[in-house]
Design a protein around this ligand. Structure first.
Ligand code: B12
Ligand code: SF4
Length: 481
């Protein structure tokens, strides 16, 4: 999405883009090395975590081919840690925050050989010194050009996950400031959004143009303006849109929707609402700065969504600083209670990971965390397996086992097509019962159900035929970026 966003201004200015997505391109490193041969520069979009490993490998390989070939990093990680990112010897430029204007200006400067000092929102190196230009002011989403979806190889994504779908952004930022979230660090809590008419026109067009069955609206908090949400639903019903969709929103906002609102949204194709519940412990919710969310609204939101035929999908963060055995137990019991009361509700769990730019990151020394000191060292930073000073060894293994049991105790619907055979479904249903018993009794010794489930996974896993078509250049054979 980041690349699709920054591509439109470049294409409009006559540059040609070759998009290589490592998730669908076999041997993507070789492909990049092939494409850079006649390109002006290489831009890479990355978030904190494993994408850094690929970024570093590619950047080093490109530099080994040609030491002065310009490499530009953009996206959340370089935006939040621009100095440390630029300290890597194989990175030339970083773009901080929104990249639509900054990248276009930077590419023009690279092409003409001009000094980039006056381009707001970037960082670069000169004579071994790191230089940051002035901040670039945030632009409202409605003022941004449409994303260059035509660069995406929807056929390859479909082959990889069995469904034809895309992401779409209809608002930016979030008015809240949860302690673990990096949002305020980049978007400064300035929520702004597209009008319903633009949402409806663009999503209907997108779904028809690329024959998409589903859209995932990746706004941070879709429901900040409830009238906008109602307007969107009415517009989609009026247009007879054919796609289903999902969005992310806070539970307090979802609970403000009336049953009629939810029915309207369901008629408009809404099938899932992702919500950050994050903990079942009131103490931890307070520590997370989530005073805006109470348990009553979480139950209310689950009840109303289920009644309207919309799946409530909740996220949990385990091992937040201050979470002890009592608070973790409260969380597991809360999850079990919600799933039992509202069959169809689902939970996805993570391990707390202190991201740069989040409010809690300012307290790393106090909570005993030593942040990685180089770009490369952030590659292992991943909420699926994070280890923390208070979560190591047996304790870490026990939590991972609990998470595995939570996964098999209740059905969750992944975004990829469900290709399970009836026998496999039946077998998984059977092991969900002892898994629930274990979670109720907090007993995870000799985890045979997990072993069994892993065996079953062999029969459930997608076998993607991954490939990406070679993307055609624009007819005018402009400079590739
Ligand atoms: C969709 C989404 C996902 C999707 C897809 C992620 C992906 N890698 O593409 C999925 C569900 C897979 C996902 C997973 C994860 N995500 Co996520 N995700 C998002 C979300 C909601 C939207 C991202 C998006 O596409 N936005 C729309 C585009 C247009 O905006 P953008 O990415 O910000 O791009 C702009 C600029 O950053 C810049 N830019 C971006 N790329 C480039 C490249 C160049 C060359 C240039 C010049 C500029 C540039 O210009 C763009 C236009 O202005 C963001 C929150 C958010 N508001 O952005 C979180 C977010 C990116 N995710 C986050 C996290 C933590 C994760 C996970 C670790 C969660 C988990 N528990 O597993 C994983 C990690 C995935 C990975 N690959 O490593 C954090 C990242 C924090 C960080 N420090 O990096 C975010 C910021 C959420 C948050 N507020 O904390 N995520
Ligand atoms: S976690 Fe969600 S609700 Fe909290 S600040 Fe981030 S985007 Fe907003």
């Amino acid at each position: 999405m980041g690349i699709l966003a920054v591509s439109t201004p470049l294409e409009r200015a006559g540059y040609s883009i070759t998009l290589i997505d490592s998730t669908i391109t076999p041997n993507f490193e070789a492909r990049v090395l092939e494409e850079v041969k006649d390109a002006l520069c290489l831009g890479i979009s990355l978030v904190t975590g494993p994408t850094i490993r690929e970024t570093v490998a590619i950047a080093k390989a490109v530099k080994a081919w040609k030491a002065d070939f310009p490499i530009i990093l953009g996206g959340w990680h370089p935006s939040l840690l621009p100095k440390q990112t630029l300290e890597a010897p194989y990175i030339d430029y970083v773009v901080r925050g929104q990249g639509e204007d900054s990248l276009l200006e930077l590419v023009k400067h690279i092409e003409s050989g001009a000094a980039p000092d006056m381009i707001p929102g970037i960082g670069f190196k000169r004579d071994g010194k790191i230089i940051f230009t002035q901040e670039r002011g945030l632009r409202a989403l409605a003022d941004m050009p449409p994303k260059a979806y035509h660069l995406a190889d929807f056929d390859a994504y479909e082959r990889a996950c069995g469904r034809r779908w895309a992401m779409y952004t209809s608002s930016l930022a979030c008015p809240f400031n949860c302690a673990y979230c990096t949002n305020a660090g980049v978007y400064g809590r300035k929520w702004n959004a597209l009008e319903p008419a633009q949402f409806v026109e663009e999503t209907v067009d997108l779904s028809r143009r690329y024959n998409l069955e589903m859209l995932w609206i990746v706004d941070d908090n879709f429901l900040v303006d409830l009238d906008r949400a109602r307007g969107i639903a009415e517009g989609l019903v009026r247009e007879k849109s054919h796609f289903t969709w999902s969005f992310q929103a806070t539970t307090n906002m979802v609970a403000r929707l009336t049953p009629e609102d939810l029915k309207l949204l369901q008629r408009a194709g809404l099938r899932q609402v992702c919500q950050g519940v994050d903990s079942g412990s009131p103490t931890i919710l307070k520590a997370m700065n989530k005073d805006f969310q109470d348990f009553e609204s979480i139950y209310e939101s689950a009840a109303r969504c289920i009644a309207a035929g919309i799946r409530p999908s909740f996220n949990i963060i385990f091992a937040f600083p201050g979470e002890g055995a009592k608070e973790r137990r409260e969380t597991v019991e809360f999850m079990m209670d919600v799933c039992r009361k509202f069959p169809g509700a689902e939970f996805w769990t993570n391990i707390f990971t202190p991201y740069p730019g989040s409010p809690i990151f300012a307290r790393t020394a106090e909570i005993g965390i030593e942040p990685p000191a180089t770009l490369e060292a952030w590659a292992d930073f991943f909420p699926r397996y994070t280890k923390l000073p208070w979560l190591q060894g047996k304790e870490h293994a026990r939590l991972q086992t609990t998470r595995d049991y939570l996964r098999i105790a209740f059905d969750r619907i992944p975004i990829a097509a469900d290709t399970r055979k009836p026998m496999v479904r039946l077998a998984q249903k059977a092991i969900s019962m002892p898994a629930r018993w274990r979670l109720d009794h907090d007993m995870y010794k000799a985890p045979v159900e997990i072993w069994l489930n892993n065996k079953l996974k062999k029969y459930t896993a997608m076998k993607p035929a991954i490939d990406a078509k070679r993307l055609a250049r624009t007819p005018q054979e402009a400079v590739s970026c």
